[in-house]
Design a protein. Sequence first.
Length: 355
Amino acid sequence: MDGLHPSKYLDPGWLGKEVDSLFCKEWLCVGRETDLPEPGSYLSSVIAGQPVLIWRGLDGEICAYENVCRHRMSVIASGCGVADMLSCPFHGWTYATDGSLKAAPGARDLVASGGIALPTLSVETWMGFIFVNLDQAAPPLAPRLKSVEALIAPYEIDRFEFSFREESSDAATNWKLMMEIGLESYHFQYVHQETLAEDLTGIPGPAGTGEWTVSVEPRVRPLTAQPSDPAGLNEKQRGTTYTFGIFPAMVFNVDVDNLVWFSVFPKDTALTSSVFGGASRQPENLRRLGADEPSSMEEYLTWAAQLGAEDNLACERVQQGLSGRLATPGPLLRDKENGVIEFHNYLRNRLDTDI
C-alpha cells in the first residue's frame, strides 16, 4: 500500500476539509483528569480555531466551555491555573465555574437576568484522559475504545495520581506527519539514537480496529517485578511498551508505571501545534520510555524536549520533501508501519475519498 498523495499535506483546501470533518466532529484529548487536581482548576486549548476552556467545577465535575466572552468575543483565559471565577481581560465580565455570568461592570441588569453564560462543549473522561468534542451531537467516545481498555486494564493507568501537561512549540509540518511518526517505531534507530533506540527494540506487533491502532514494542531489558506493580501484570506486559493511536489526533505510550501522550492540532498546512504530557504512580518521578530507572521531572522534561525536537526535525524534513516537483507516494511496510496504514485508512473512511 502506498502512502497519501503529497497534495494531501500541502493543499489548504484539503486541510479545511480535515478541520471541518475531523477536528470539529471528533473527540480530541486535551489533558488528564489529574491536570485539574482541585475544584476551580482550569486549562485552555484551541481546537480548529475555537478557544476552549476546560474547568473543574466546585462540585468536582469537569466541564468544557467556549473560552470566549459573551460581550465582545475576547478570549477569557489562557494557560492554566485555579480560580473560582474568571474575568475577561477586556471589560471585566466575570464567569463562574458553571459558565454563568456573575459580574458585568455597568450591566447589572444583564447579570440579574441570568440569561448569559458560556456555551458548553461536549467533554468526556476516559481512562483518566480528558477529551473534548466541538460537535454537541457526537456519539460517546468510550464505547469505541472498549478493546483498548481491555489491553491496558492491567496497567491501571486511570489510577495514576500524578501528571503534567506542557504545550510544545509549533512545528513547521503538517499535522498528519506528526501523527504518523508517533505511530511507528521503524524510525527509532535513525531518528532517536540517543533517546529511544537503546531501550526499545522497535519491532512492533500491530493491531487495530479503524478507530484506533496499537503497536507492541518490546523492551531491550525487561523490568524486574516491584511491589508497587499492579497485580494483574504478567511478565510479557512488564517487558512491553504499548503505543496507541486514538484517531484522529492522539498518541499515547503505556509502560509498567507511567505513560506519555501527545495531541496535535493543525494551524496551517505546514504548521502544527501540540500538547504533550506524562503520568505515573509516583509524584515527580517518571520513567523514560523503555528506561530501567525513573527520572526526576527535570531530567524527564529534558529527555522529552530532545525526543520531541528529534521527531519535529524529521517531520519538517518530510514536509520539505513533499513539496518537491517529483514527489510521489512511497510504499508503506505492513510489518513496520501498520499504524500509519491504519491511520490512512481511517482518513479515507472518514473523509469518504480515495486519497
